[in-house]
Ligand binder design. Structure first.
Ligand code: TRP
Length: 347
């Protein structure tokens, strides 16, 4: 493989990552993924994608899908993704993803997909009724990444198996066609400190689908709302310990300390060094102030962006244009390797 296929012109690696278009983006999404994307964009050439093709593997109401796609794009921009330095777009606008996914469907073995734990979880008991798209979700994800020959993929722990499959698919394609076309992308798994739990139950993940809005901080919540939710968050009557060992079996307390550390960008030990011995009456207002300082400007910017949906659409269209410019020559090469005559009309 030549340098030019592996590396970008700047000599940095190339990142690709995807995020599902969902409503109710919350603190867990921010600390779990979005913030990491923002940090990484300076060290890599970064391509970030709102994965609407993946979203429809389970039915989506069309109006909701449009709304969520804009909301997720707005959250990324508001959180600091540079739409000039990085590329931000929605997946369905670059048809090379779907084209390469089909080709990958033809080199991927049924046995490999049968092992995917996310499919088993999402399909549940009624597997016969799951869509073929849900089953093939991982081959589309491999196509997302390899359409750009991305070298690094920042994802949460839950996507590790899909990344391993992506490497298997890249290797299989290279070996079947005896060509070094695709790099084997490296997963960059986010740290464990980013597991944000529900404010109602410290053992359940913070979730967009929890019926209680008080269980989460939404990215669009304003300062008053953030304060109020932190004040109401479930805790226990004890003071904070001065060491992490004292938080064992105190899931709600651990969660709030973890969130404080993540927002302050310090360790949980540092937080306990400061707040050990003090009760939640002291800690919650401090956490509230910190959360408001970090999150409310993002929420305000998101709300502002969402008032002008046409501007968001224009940003995504520009991103799609720039993404396609990278994807087209790579797909042309792949088509040629596979033996397809001619070229897709999109070129
Ligand atoms: N499956 C990922 C998730 O649910 C989203 C995703 C789609 C993705 N395509 C991707 C992540 C490519 C990384 C790279 O979180």
């Amino acid at each position: 493989m030549t340098d030019s296929t592996m590396q970008t012109s700047a000599g940095k690696g190339r990142i690709f990552s995807g995020i599902q278009p969902t409503g109710n983006l919350h603190l867990g999404n921010y600390l779990g993924a979005i913030r990491n994307w923002v940090a990484l964009q300076h060290d890599f050439e970064s391509i970030y994608c709102v994965v609407d093709l993946h979203a429809i593997t389970v039915h989506q109401d069309p109006a909701d899908l449009r709304k969520s796609t804009r909301e997720v794009a707005a959250s990324l921009i508001a959180a600091g993704i540079s739409t000039e330095q990085s590329i931000l777009f929605n997946q369905s606008c670059v048809p090379q993803h779907a084209e390469l996914a089909w080709i990958f469907n033809c080199v991927t073995r049924l046995g490999w997909l049968n092992r995917m734990t996310q499919f088993k979880e999402k399909a549940g008991k009624n597997r016969e009724n799951a869509s073929v798209g849900l089953y093939a979700y991982p081959t589309l994800m491999a196509a997302d990444i390899l359409t750009y020959r991305a070298t690094h993929v920042p994802v949460g722990e839950d996507q590790k198996q899909h990344l391993e499959l992506t490497r298997d698919i890249a290797q299989a394609f290279n070996s079947i066609y005896d060509k070094d076309v695709f790099p084997l992308p490296e997963p960059q798994i986010f740290g464990s400190a980013t597991r944000v739990m529900s404010f109602r139950d410290g053992r359940a993940k913070m979730s967009k689908s929890d019926p209680s809005d008080n269980s989460r901080i939404n990215m669009t919540d304003d300062a008053d709302m953030i304060m109020q939710k932190i004040r109401k968050a479930k805790t226990d009557p004890d003071a904070l310990p001065s060491e992490m060992a004292g938080l064992a079996d105190r899931p709600e307390a651990s969660n709030l300390v973890g969130i404080y550390a993540a927002l302050a960008e310090c360790s949980t030990d540092d937080v306990l060094a400061e707040f050990g011995g003090r009760g939640f009456g002291d800690f919650k207002p401090a956490l509230g102030d910190l959360a408001v300082a970090k999150l409310s400007p993002i929420g305000a910017e998101m709300r502002r962006l969402l008032e002008n949906p046409a501007d968001i659409d224009a940003i995504l269209a520009d991103g799609a244009e720039r993404a396609a410019a990278i994807a087209r020559p790579i797909l042309a090469e792949v088509r040629d390797i596979v033996g397809f005559l001619g070229s897709s009309t999109d070129r």
